[in-house]
Ligand binder design. Sequence first.
Ligand SMILES: C[S@@+](CC[C@H](N)C(=O)[O-])C[C@H]1O[C@@H](n2cnc3c(N)ncnc32)[C@H](O)[C@@H]1O
Length: 184
Amino acid sequence: MDITQYLRELKKNSLERNIPNITENNARFITDRIQKQSPSHILEIGTANGYSTLCFAQILRQIWKWDITTIEHTPDMQNEACEHFHACWVESFITPLLWDALTLIPTLPDTYFDFVFIDAMKKSYLDYYLLIQPKLVSPAMIIVDDVKKFRYKMENFYNYLSEKKIEYTLYEVDDDDATMIILL
Ligand SMILES: C[S@@+](CC[C@H](N)C(=O)[O-])C[C@H]1O[C@@H](n2cnc3c(N)ncnc32)[C@H](O)[C@@H]1O
């Protein structure tokens, strides 16, 4: 299956339906980081219809051992994502979980994930960040989406990072918004 062509069509379809996938520029930016980091175990918070998950899978297919756990709380979105994973023959590497991430994250294995992509409810970013801490194995990369336009929804997250002196870098990948990277 040519995932590149599939992703192009999926993106077009998502735009028509107002599904808030990452932009193509941001997908390239994040997959570039994945390529450099070569993570084994990715956690994604916010699957939607699986566009970003498939972008990651496309790159990870070149790595021998990898898996993605992706969380979504809307059944229709998750069903659609599973159809896309199946169509692209990557479903055996992806664990789609259907539930509220705030409830699910504590049930995930400890010291397992080396790459986390946070792209769900903006006002819960600090909660996601705190909940994933025991789940990380060092060195880990955390990528947080939409951190400029929606900053007003995540002031507590920014305050926490500055109180704890946690270093982060913001990348204005395109006009859409900025993306944050934290290395732990
Ligand atoms: C911005 S979209 C994700 C887009 C996706 N990462 C992509 O780029 O293709 C955010 C998704 O997170 C889901 N979501 C929001 N809060 C959630 C929560 N607490 N638990 C699980 N999913 C959540 C929403 O239903 C929505 O589909």
